[in-house]
Design a protein around this ligand. Structure first.
Ligand SMILES: C[S@@+](CC[C@H](N)C(=O)[O-])C[C@H]1O[C@@H](n2cnc3c(N)ncnc32)[C@H](O)[C@@H]1O
Length: 281
């Protein structure tokens, strides 16, 4: 495994030659990514740092390689069931519903939200913003095209969230997949419908530096499976950013294995596995 000194060398080079600051990423997962990058490029940390100082395109590529982009349609079904039955219906009377997906990766989480909103007849009111640090992932998200065979599990999760009702097994809604996406088995693709794609505002955004770039507060912020890569200090700063930019009674949705250490100190109350903004400090 790469040494702490080498890790520091790379973090310093990135900081010096770009705006990216990985100082407060969790050490273990950052070291694993750097290890892989060094072995894929057959380089030492010193060689890598030198190239980062000279080649902007290489630097951007390395930043993309550092990020972990795994995602799915309706990832963690239970979270979507909570949103469907407990959280979203309470927003139905709002004239507008502001939603921010921070760390959206290739967009499956955002499309899951739009499909659910449409089923709840709430899509027209929704203003949906999606951000990520990785522009390759944002391009994929904008295209809304995913592999089909590799992602057969998407259909199962769609059925569980959209067609079935866990509180009443006899209540099954017949929602065809092609209401929302086209499956092309020959091309091996799932392609989201334009009426979903066109609804999303995608922007490059770095949670370490950029704050709220949307000049709006939010009813719902999803930042799932992102802060797991940050240390406690950065987690605290990012959660504070979300707290400052949620409306009272707005919700923050983290990943299934993520939590806030002391939610009340940041104005949150944990409820049904999500975080509800209670008051402004
Ligand atoms: C594992 S994916 C999570 C995708 C999706 N939210 C989900 O749960 O399925 C983590 C995403 O966080 C993004 N990310 C990492 N550091 C970031 C930062 N400082 N600012 C914004 N996004 C970041 C990565 O590029 C990656 O796409």
């Amino acid at each position: 495994m790469v040494s702490n000194e080498d890790i520091q060398k790379i973090i310093n080079a990135l900081k010096l030659y770009s705006t990216y600051d990985f100082t407060n990423y969790s050490e273990r997962s950052f070291a694993r990514r750097v290890d892989k990058i060094l072995s894929d490029n057959s380089m030492t940390a010193t060689q890598l740092s030198l190239l980062l100082s000279k080649d902007d395109a290489f630097l951007e590529k390395i930043v993309k390689d550092i990020t972990v982009n795994t995602t799915e349609l309706f990832r963690d079904v239970q979270t979507w069931i909570t949103l469907k039955y407990q959280i979203l219906p309470k927003l139905k009377q709002n004239k507008s519903i502001f939603i921010w997906h921070a760390g959206c990766s290739s967009g499956q989480e955002v499309y899951s939200m739009l499909i659910l909103l449409n089923e709840l007849e709430m899509l027209d009111q929704a203003k949906v913003f999606a951000t990520d640090i990785n522009t390759d992932m944002l391009a994929k998200a904008k295209s809304g095209i995913y592999k089909y065979r590799f992602n057969l599990g998407y259909l199962d999760s769609f059925d569980k969230v959209i067609k079935q009702n866990p509180y009443n097994y006899e209540d099954i809604k017949d929602v065809p997949y092609d209401k929302y996406f086209d499956i092309n088995k020959e091309k091996d693709t799932i392609e989201m419908k334009p009426f979903l794609r066109d609804k999303i505002v995608f922007r490059k955004h770095d949670l370490v530096n950029d704050g709220n770039i949307f000049y709006s507060k939010f009813d719902l912020i999803l930042c799932r499976n992102v802060i797991i890569y940050f240390n406690n200090q950065l987690q605290h700063e990012v959660i504070k950013l979300f707290s400052d930019n949620l409306y009272r009674d707005g919700h923050l949705v983290l990943g299934a294995h993520e939590s806030i250490l002391d939610p009340s100190s940041l104005g949150f109350e944990r409820t049904k596995g999500l975080y509800k903004k209670k008051y402004n400090e």
